[in-house]
Design a protein around this ligand. Structure first.
Ligand SMILES: [Zn+2]
Ligand SMILES: [Zn+2]
Length: 251
């Protein structure tokens, strides 16, 4: 969007807000000078960033620390033999963040990508566990085509695009493909959840990613089964590193 259109949009929105003031979806207070985000700035400030200590590998926030090969890792990661990627999550999936993600996914409040993407960019600028200068390619966890058609967008892809754009890194929306719908994860045990996501993802082989460092973006990390399934496909292609960044973390 060029500046001229941006300015027109701003004017249009200002006029609309004057005529039809709307309230923050979280606190109910009227938003006077909105950028169309549906959540007021005060509520946005309540979003809590996950800070150290957390597991070096999966990013799980830790109350007590266990040292393992000079890195602090959680007991679950300590049991795993190989771990070819590591995960960081920016915020907790609760409160205002939970509300934001719901508004984005189920009420199609796509404008929230801007403040939410900014939170992820700020995290990457401050937290150097992921060295953004080393990343060759940013990709999202894909949606199955029917889900994409239903929603009209992939929130993880919009976030990944925002990050790639900000840091001027290559972005590929369709490197990873989701081949089928996974069954509901609700009420399944951890091992059942893992089976559920087996063979769901594959690589679009038209692009070579040999020796590249990949940044994989998702909105929410819960059990890790999704990112693990994606990374298992990526590693087969000979990538150098895989870093995973999610906007929020469920556990
Ligand atoms: Zn509010
Ligand atoms: Zn861990």
């Amino acid at each position: 969007m060029d500046n001229h259109n941006g300015y027109l949009d701003y004017l249009k929105e200002g006029i609309l807000n004057l005529l039809y003031p709307f309230s923050c979806e979280n606190c109910g207070k009227e938003i006077k000078e909105s950028k169309g985000y549906a959540i007021c700035e005060n509520c946005m400030k309540q979003i809590k960033i996950i800070s150290y200590p957390y597991c070096y590998r999966c990013g799980k926030p830790l109350s007590s620390m266990v040292s393992f090969e000079d890195k602090v890792i959680c007991s679950e990661c300590a049991r795993k033999k190989s771990f070819f990627y590591f995960v960081r999550s920016v915020t907790y999936y609760q409160g205002v963040m939970r509300k934001c993600i719901h508004l984005l996914k189920y009420k199609k409040q796509v404008k929230l990508i801007q403040p939410l993407g900014k939170i992820m960019v700020d995290y990457l600028n401050k937290n150097h566990d992921i060295n953004i200068q080393e990343i060759d390619l940013v990709i999202p966890v894909p949606l199955f085509k029917d889900d994409f058609a239903k929603r009209g967008f992939n929130q993880s892809s919009l976030l990944a695009g925002y990050i790639a754009d900000y840091f001027s890194i290559s972005f590929s929306e369709d490197l990873l493909i989701k081949n089928k719908e996974n069954l509901s994860q609700v009420g399944l045990s951890k091992s059942e959840r893992k089976d559920n996501v087996k063979h769901i993802y594959s690589i679009n082989s038209s692009r070579s990613i040999d020796h590249q460092s990949i940044l994989l973006i998702d909105d929410i990390y819960t059990t890790g089964a999704t990112v693990e399934a994606c990374c298992k496909e990526l590693i087969k292609t000979g990538v150098r590193n895989i870093f995973v960044l999610t906007l929020a973390r469920g556990i």
